[in-house]
Design a protein around this ligand. Structure first.
Ligand code: OSB
Ligand code: MG
Length: 366
């Protein structure tokens, strides 16, 4: 497939409410979109880097610079997702930037060939069960109200963001209020150390599905030690940036569940590899999220339809974060999202809405 050029487009998406995690509070999502233009089709990729390097080392200005300075110039003029992946391989790290470019090319390739992302990835179902990630709140009553609202919308699983000082009490309150059948899990975003093991073990009585990324991104060995001290299954997010890391984590016993985010691992091809590896080892995976717009969400929903995704993902509806999404909104139906069936990611930005939220565009001719 020939490639004419790449557009880098920045959009500013106000969040419906502030989203607080152990690493910071977001009020607006600063998103970098990549559009690959070919003679036959255009494809879209959403870069999930956040505005500051607090979740991982990448950040959106850095991703844009990496794309324009290194990644886009390295592309051959005839591409598909595999050749893009190979051309970008020499550059270390920058997986979110790489993922956005690879996904834009993959989307264009699939649209040109009339194949859906779900079919390309080997999806096993046409709708996926959805969970929701609930930020740190100012008070327990505020949290209980938020959870009640999400359950009323139909979400099948609740994930509570935790940090030191906001862990046992919110988990206990949600468990007591909504009962033993609620699928409940927590995410610490690396806010604890191994010395907090005895404290984290106090979560065991609340029968959580999992605890996500309690320790630092690089602490694979420490996670393995912690996993042996907890009854709650340990899930890794930030620590897993490739299939090689996933293999190491599984071998070490550092996790029994993996959160797969295509952006974090460098794209959907690598995400599929991690899925396949985890499945072969009996390790459950689920699809994480990075507050995506409809562009990133569409591809994530296709991924989450693969057979090894046995736990509900952070694939929530558009309205969880955005009053107006840039695509037709994803809406919950019986606690599920429908997997798009059209060619490629199966959704398009609405031109007027996209223009309204655009803060800059840059065209790079190949
Ligand atoms: O750790 O899973 C995370 C959002 C931004 C950065 C990291 C994380 C998250 C979420 C929200 O938990 C996931 C979503 O709903 O998109
Ligand atoms: Mg996480």
């Amino acid at each position: 497939m020939k490639i004419n050029g790449i557009e880098l487009r920045r959009i500013a998406m106000p969040l419906t409410a502030p989203f607080r995690t152990s690493f910071g509070t977001e009020t607006e999502r600063d998103v970098l979109l990549v559009r690959a233009v070919t003679p036959d089709a255009e494809g879209w990729g959403e870069c999930v880097a956040m505005s500051e390097p607090l979740y991982s080392p990448e950040y959106v200005d850095g991703a844009a610079e990496t794309l324009r300075r290194f990644l886009i110039p390295a592309l051959p003029t005839h591409v598909d997702a595999d050749t893009v992946s190979r051309a970008l391989h020499p550059f270390k790290g920058h997986r979110m930037a790489k993922a956005a470019l690879e996904t834009a090319v993959l989307d264009a390739q699939l649209r040109a060939g009339g194949q859906s992302m779900a079919s390309f990835l080997g999806a096993a179902r046409d709708r996926v069960p959805c969970g929701v990630s609930v930020g740190i709140m100012n008070s327990i009553p505020e949290l209980l109200d938020a959870v009640e609202g999400y359950l009323a919308e139909g979400y099948q699983r609740i994930k509570l963001k935790i940090e030191p000082g906001w862990d046992l009490a919110p988990v206990r309150a949600v468990r007591e209020r909504f009962g033993p059948d609620l699928l409940l899990q927590v995410d610490a975003n690396a806010a604890y150390t191994l010395g907090d093991g005895p404290h984290l073990a106090k979560l065991d009585v609340y029968d959580l599905l999992l605890i996500e990324q309690p320790l630092a991104n690089d602490d694979l060995v420490q996670h393995a030690q912690l996993a042996r001290r907890l009854a709650t299954p340990l899930c890794l997010d930030e620590s897993i940036d490739s299939a090689e890391h996933a293999a190491a984590a599984i071998t070490l016993g550092a996790c029994s569940i993996i959160n797969i985010k295509p952006g974090r691992v460098g794209g959907y091809l690598e995400a599929r590899r991690i899925h396949d590896l985890a499945r072969a080892h009996g390790v459950a995976v689920w699809c994480g999220g990075m507050l995506e717009t409809g562009i990133g969400r569409a591809a994530n929903v296709a991924l989450a339809a693969m057979p090894g995704f046995t736990l509900p993902g952070d694939t929530s509806a558009s309205r969880r974060y955005y009053t107006t999404d840039i695509t037709a909104p994803f809406e919950l139906r019986d606690g599920c999202l429908d997997v798009p069936t059209g060619p490629g990611i199966g959704v398009d930005p609405v031109p007027d809405i996209l223009d309204e939220v655009t803060t800059s565009t840059e065209w790079i001719t190949m």
